[in-house]
Each structure stands twice: as C-alpha cells, then as structure tokens.
Design a protein around this ligand. Structure first.
Ligand code: HEM
Length: 467
C-alpha cells in the first residue's frame, strides 16, 4: 500500500529508553520509504525475519515500528486510543469525509459517530441489506451474455457500488444512480494519493476536482434528505439511521455530517468488498475441485429452490470458509497504522511518541507457524476441526481486531456470499491470465490489471430473490 507518512522526527522519550531494533539499509532522508512503496510486504517480512516481533523501519521524518506475530499484534490492537491515534494515518481522507467527521473529529465525537454506524449495521437491518444484495446480483448478472471475458477488478467495483449505495445511501439513490455518481466517486478517489498525506489541501487540479465532487455529493444526498422529510417517507438504509440519530446532547446531525458519514462508510465498505469479490473469482477459477464442493453445498441447501433467503446465506459453511481463505491470502488492507501520542512499552522495548506503529494482515496471514502451507489455497483451514481463525484471533486479521475492528464484517460477508452463491449456481469461470498478483500501488490492494476471467452461463434459469 502506498502510504508515506511525513511528520516530526521521533525522539526517544527518555535517554535510557530501549528502542526496537532498526532494519538495516534504507536511503538518506527517504529511509525505507521507496522499498515500502514498491513492495511493502517483502520489506515488513524481512523486518520480522531479521529482528522478530518489533522492528523499526525508517520513513521520511519518522520511524515506523512494524509489529508482527500474534502477541505484538494483540498489543497493537489493544493499545488505548489515548496512547495512539488513527487520525494521522487517515489524514488524506479528511477532505472527502469532511471537517469534523470521523477521524477528523475530537475522539468523543468520533466515538459517537462510530456508534451511529454500529446502530445502522446491527442485526435487525441485515434482512433488508441481504435482500438488496440478492436483487442486485440477479439484475446485474442477467445482463451478461452467455459467455465472454470479464475483468474481475472492474466487475467487483461496479457491482459493489450498486450494492453499497443501495444499502447505505438508499433505494432512491440507487435508482437514480447514474454516470454522475460513478464520476463523482471516481473524482474523490483520484484525490487519494501520497501527496494527500502530506498536503491534502494544495490547490492541485486533482484536489480541486475531489472537492468539487464532494460538494456535489453533499447536494445530492441533502436533496434526498429534504425529499424524505418533506414527504414524510422513511427508507430502510443507513441514510435513514443517520437522519434519525442524535448526539448525546440531543443535537441532530447536520446534512454535511450525514453526507460525510455516508461517504466514510462508502469508502470503508466499497473497495474492500469489491476486491474481495474479484479475488474470490480468481481463486475459484484456479481451483475447480473446490468449486465442485461449493456447488454440492448449494445443491444440498437449496435443492430445486432458486430463491435465496437470509437464513440460506447464513448456512453456507464452505462458502464462508472460502471467503475467509480469500481474505487470508489477499486482505485488501495490507497494513494498519497508528501514530503514537504517548510512549508505551512492549516486550521489553519502549515505543516512543512521535513514531508510527504498523500491523500487517498480509504478513500475519503468511506465518507458517499459524497458517501451515500459507501459499496454498485451502479453505478447509477455516472449517472444523482446524478453525485456524478462531484459534488465532490476533493472527487472522483481515478485518482488524480490538476496539476498531471492522463494523461491516457481517454486511461484507453476507454480500459476498449472496453474490457468489448466485455466480456458483449460474456461471463457470476459467483463468485467462498467466498469473494474478496483488497491485500494491493501490491504497486498497486488489488484483493487478489485467485480471480477466472467461465465463460461461450454466443455464438461462434466473434466480429470484425472496429473502
Ligand atoms: C471485505 C470487506 C472489508 C474488509 C476487509 C474491511 C477491513 C477493515 C479493517 C482492517 C478495519 C480496521 C482498520 C484499522 O484498524 O485501522 C476496518 C474498519 C472499519 N470498517 Fe471495514 N472492511 C470491510 C468491509 C466493510 C463494510 C462493508 C463496512 C460498512 C458497511 C465497513 C465499515 C468499517 C468501519 C465503520 C470501520 C471503522 C471501525 C472503527 O474504527 O471502530 N467495512 N475494516
């Protein structure tokens, strides 16, 4: 992931501090930044191989302590929000989410805002969301020809923008979802660059476009809020939850806050799910023997039925294990970051304020002592009796862990199961490229272009939704 953090150089807090060992190499001023940008996983794996659970790599203007292994990762996820801050790592998002929204808000306000998400992603809403995923899958894939070539990255992105916008922004929004929304979203994303970490408000053309796109998105969302309020209509979506929410002091959310929080959740949930969808297709196309197992599971569960229900989506242990294995091999977030604001210690070392700490799902997921034969695609590792995720909750971390663990886990899993249950029953896929590799130049890591698959429709029979 291309993330270069620039901030004040860190200093040991006390002269006697025992600091984590430093990784050899690196360039003057730039430190290990170029290597991190080009191949972060090799760099962090080397740091672990040479120095163990804690190793300092040099970044321009700061040190980053790579924390690997279950114990160090547990510390990373458990360290108090008073001692570390996520805001620095997400600084580039502020112009998109908005001032005073999420990571830019003072910690107590951010906590309340995250609470609004929690409310909107709770169990009771899942039936409506699941229905949306199923309907979108039927609609989207019914427009495909009987056979052809598709780029899995593009399909994943397009499809999950429909599913996410429907559940989060609402049905009206989804119905009107035109080229304009896709363009605005793309303009905002184009503002996510290394430069945005350092100077997110420079008057560059890309940043100007990003700001214009955000302003227009706020207009579009505010219009729906106004319409609902004036007509007295109620939606079953996150927009409605935010419209109904209020802060502890009784204040309702402004339209700017509602829009900012919706953009926050869109950015958290869209690409992450999109690239996981893409990798699932690629890995299944490469493993037809496992596809046969998954189809047997679908047949046993659904028999002659075409209609999927929420209960069905919850009763697919093999598909569930498949998605877990995809997320083990190709987690979309390859490194999580925090800035240390108060010194703390771990494993006999001092972690000084001013430095960054990193935890990497990818490095963790390829530790053979936890996930034997890590290069092998083997979903049974997440089934009885192996259950490698449950036995190692601080090592299987595609959704993070601890107090900032992803809130969209159920949403993402149901979505991916709905899409792939439909595809497994309706299409065959074959690989086209000689190989498929992760593209570390993206903030959220997906397969590198091109990543095409050949598909063939199995039958014209359409699956209808009846969740
Ligand atoms: C496969 C899909 C997904 C993956 C791999 C994923 C991964 C993650 C990870 C690693 C974090 C923790 C980041 C950190 O600690 O710095 C996170 C946080 C979060 N995710 Fe997800 N996510 C996914 C889908 C979603 C979806 C669909 C939603 C919402 C609909 C969502 C909402 C959130 C929120 C609100 C947080 C912040 C939680 C907090 O700070 O307390 N995510 N996600």
């Amino acid at each position: 992931m291309r993330r270069t953090i620039f901030s004040a150089p860190s200093k040991p807090s006390t002269p006697s501090a025992k600091l984590p060992p430093r990784l050899e190499g690196g360039l003057p001023l730039l430190g290990h930044a170029l290597e991190f940008r080009n191949d972060p996983i090799t760099l962090m794996t080397r740091a672990r191989r040479l120095h163990g659970d804690l190793c300092t790599v040099a970044m321009p203007g700061t040190d980053a302590i790579v924390m690997t292994g279950a114990k160090a990762q547990e510390k990373f996820f458990r360290v108090s929000d008073d001692d570390v801050s996520q805001a620095e790592a997400y600084r580039l998002m502020t112009p998109i989410f908005g001032k005073g929204i999420a990571y830019d808000a003072p910690p107590p306000i951010m906590k309340e805002q995250l609470g609004f998400f929690h409310e909107a992603l709770r169990e009771a809403q899942m039936r409506t969301y699941a229905q949306g995923f199923i309907d979108e899958a039927v609609d989207y894939f019914s427009s495909w020809d009987d056979f052809g070539l598709v780029d899995m990255y593009e399909v994943g992105n397009e499809l999950t923008i429909y599913t996410s916008s429907r559940s989060l922004l609402g049905y009206e929004f989804r119905q009107q979802l035109s080229g304009e929304f896709a363009k605005l979203y793309a303009d905002m994303e184009a503002g996510l660059s290394a430069l945005a970490f350092m100077a997110p408000n420079l008057p560059t053309p890309a940043f100007r476009k990003r700001d214009k796109a955000r302003a227009r998105m706020v207009q579009l969302i505010s219009k729906i809020v106004e319409d609902r309020r004036s007509r007295g209509t109620v939606g079953e979506d996150m927009l409605q939850s935010l419209m109904d929410a209020s802060y502890k002091d009784g204040r309702k959310l402004s339209e700017n806050e509602i829009s900012g929080l919706l953009l926050t959740i869109m950015f958290a949930g869209h690409h992450t799910s999109g690239v996981t969808f893409s990798w699932t297709g690629i890995l299944l196309a490469q493993h037809p023997e496992w596809v046969a197992e998954l189809r047997a599971e679908q047949r046993a569960l659904l028999g002659d039925r075409d209609e999927l229900t929420l209960e069905d989506l919850r009763a697919m242990p093999k598909l569930d294990a498949t998605i877990k294995e995809v997320l083990r091999m190709y987690p979309p977030i390859i490194v999580m970051m925090r800035k240390v604001v108060n010194d703390f210690s771990f494993g006999g070392y001092d972690i000084p304020h001013g430095s960054m700490i990193f935890a990497s799902p990818t490095v963790s997921h390829y530790m053979p002592e936890v996930f034997p034969e890590p290069e092998r695609f083997d979903p049974t590792r997440f089934m009885d009796p192996r259950n490698e995720d449950k036995k190692n909750p601080m090592a299987w971390i595609p959704f993070g862990a601890g107090r900032h663990r992803c809130m969209g886990i159920m949403f993402a899993q149901l979505q991916l199961r709905a899409l792939w249950s439909h595809l497994l029953r309706n299409f065959d896929f074959e690989p086209v490229e000689e190989s498929y590799a992760p593209d570390y130049s993206r903030l959220l890591v997906g397969p590198r272009h091109p990543c095409r698959l050949r598909y063939r429709r199995r039958s014209r029979k359409r699956v209808t939704a009846a969740a």
